[in-house]
Design a protein around this ligand. Structure first.
Ligand code: HEC
Length: 508
């Protein structure tokens, strides 16, 4: 029967060809990263198709259908978690595979195109990770994706078009979820599968690169079947055991439903984007004059240059030797980039944890601490009197506006977005320090704080287009007056005082 099949399709001959390949220098676990990545991809495709049976992309169903899957569907949470951890595994193994090709000089002639396709696959996988992050439509999905969308929107020239495409309109809503869904389940997977096939076909044509030596390996070549295939299977299986265990013991999280006005939640990016997130955070503290250019560099220009460098590597690095000792430059630069990325990731991780802590202790500690720092007039008397924004405001009720009262309102309600030092977050939340709107016409500032703002604005050359919540009804007129006076005079700002009467008298 097999002969019959082979005569008509060539399937058995092709399989035999495929399996009887020589592996220069012998089979090795070092060569198994690529096949483990392919295996992770298969896990993602199978679990992803299953998730599609339940997931419904829209603002009123995305979160609900995910919750339903987790709570009601048998093994639903397990499959979702396998997809969640599988994504991490795929990226981790792909990164190791790429790093190995880089360190072993496997991208050199004649494998340049295999390398180029490989780098493209890496980018596609990162896009898959990014677009998948929004789909559960919980707080973290929305608020972390908003950072990414705004970063893309700030790209020079292409930014506005990119923003419009990603959001599919002016805000993040059902159309955004649909765009991300379409990219995540159709566009990227189709490209991925096609390019993986191309990657493998080119690999077959050139054969394995073997160990990083210049002369042909002296050892007898190993065989793909069964030696290498056995090792590939062992590594893939070990990976599956790990993601299965993680899925059981640490299943995929789901926060509360997405809410653009939630000012307290601190979004955490996926680990493979932590370095970028940290870079954004770090440059946010630069002096206002250069913060815009610095954030452009950290989030767009820098990463783009790195990717272009990766693509161009086989064409720049013409050195024919593959021995590590003869390639100090490539290895040194790789080490530098790796140390930088890992270091920044730790900074990013620490920042997220710090911010989460800061938000959790909002109330007694945060209020007293911030007033003490800004030299306000609040007395640290019995805990009760100084413990909350409202008591601070009452205390300052009859006295003239105090920096302390405004500072407390600010720390509790505004600093989550505009940052403690009023520096905001480039492209996300406008800086209030060094912002002429803030120190200008007080009636206009009162209007923004009372009623919120959702139109596109420009501050010091950077565009902002996320919504600012309305505070009418959330804060008293007195608190609004205090906080506006505070932001008009903190961090080197110079503006006039705003009184409770000004706020009551506000006319659009
Ligand atoms: C959820 C995040 C968030 C919180 C919390 C927040 N803001 Fe904003 N704020 C924004 C965003 C985003 C904008 C820009 C709005 C736009 O682009 O339309 C903004 C704009 C402003 C502006 C106008 C700046 C300009 O140049 O036009 C002022 C003033 C302001 N906020 C003050 C405050 C004060 C005071 C508080 C606390 C009571 C506060 N914000 C709390 C996100 C926030």
């Amino acid at each position: 029967m097999l002969t019959w099949l082979d005569q008509r399709t060539g399937a058995m001959t092709a399989l035999k060809d495929f399996l009887t390949e020589d592996v220069p220098g012998g089979a090795s676990y070092w060569y198994a990263f690529g096949s483990a990545t392919v295996f992770a991809m298969m896990v993602q495709i199978v679990t992803g198709i299953f998730l599609c049976f339940y997931y419904a992309p829209s603002t009123s169903t995305a979160y609900e259908s995910t919750k339903f899957l987790i709570e009601k569907v048998p093994a639903g949470h397990l499959v979702l978690s396998l997809h969640y951890w599988g994504a991490s595994a795929m990226i981790a193994f792909m990164a190791m595979h790429l790093l190995q090709a880089l360190l072993w000089g496997a991208y050199k002639k004649p494998r340049e195109l295999q390398w180029v396709v490989g780098v493209t696959l890496f980018i596609i996988t990162l896009v898959l990770g990014l677009t998948g992050y929004l789909l559960p439509w919980d707080l973290n999905a929305l608020l972390a994706s908003r950072v990414a969308i705004n970063v893309a929107g700030n790209a020079p020239i292409l930014g506005p078009a990119l923003l419009n495409f990603l959001q599919d309109g002016s805000g993040i809503n059902t159309l955004t979820i649909n765009r991300f869904f379409g990219i995540h389940v159709w566009l990227m997977p189709a490209l991925l599968v096609g390019l993986v096939a191309m990657h493998l076909a080119i690999f077959r044509w050139n054969g394995p690169a073997g160990p990083p030596v210049d002369e042909a390996p002296k050892l007898k070549p190993g065989r793909f079947w069964p030696d290498q295939l056995f090792m590939d299977t062992v590594l893939s299986f070990a990976m599956f055991v790990i993601i299965f265990a993680l899925s059981v013991f640490s299943p995929a999280p789901l926060d509360d439903k997405a809410d653009l006005n939630n000012a307290v939640f601190v979004p955490y990016p996926a680990w493979y984007f932590l370095a970028l997130y940290a870079a954004l955070d770090v440059v946010g503290n630069f002096p206002p004059a250069i913060v815009q250019i610095a954030s452009l560099f950290a989030t767009i220009v820098g990463p783009t240059l790195l990717i272009l460098l990766l693509f161009a590597l086989p064409f720049i690095d013409k050195n024919p030797s593959r021995r590590p000792s003869r390639r100090p430059w490539v290895l040194a630069i790789t080490a530098l980039v790796m140390v930088g990325a890992i270091g920044l990731s730790f900074v990013g991780q620490r920042n997220v944890v710090e911010q989460q802590l800061a938000h959790n202790i909002i109330g007694p500690n945060a209020a007293v601490a911030s007033v003490a720092k800004t030299g306000g007039t609040l007395e640290t008397g019995p805990a009760g009197t100084a413990s909350s924004t409202s008591s601070t405001a009452t205390q300052g009720g009859t006295t003239p506006v105090t920096a302390g009262a405004g500072a407390t309102v600010y720390t509790t309600n505004c600093a989550g977005c505009h940052a403690a030092a009023g520096t905001g977050l480039a492209g996300q939340f406008p800086p209030l320090a060094g912002n002429s709107f803030v120190t200008g016409d007080k009636n206009k500032v009162i209007g923004v704080v009372l009623n919120g703002l959702s139109s596109k604005i420009e501050v010091n050359g950077t565009t902002y287009n996320s919504p600012m919540p309305a505070w009418k009804g959330q804060l008293t007129n007195k608190q609004i007056a205090d906080v506006i006076t505070y932001i008009r005079n903190a961090w080197g700002n110079k503006g006039t005082t705003v009184t409770e009467a000004d706020v009551s008298a506000y006319k659009p």
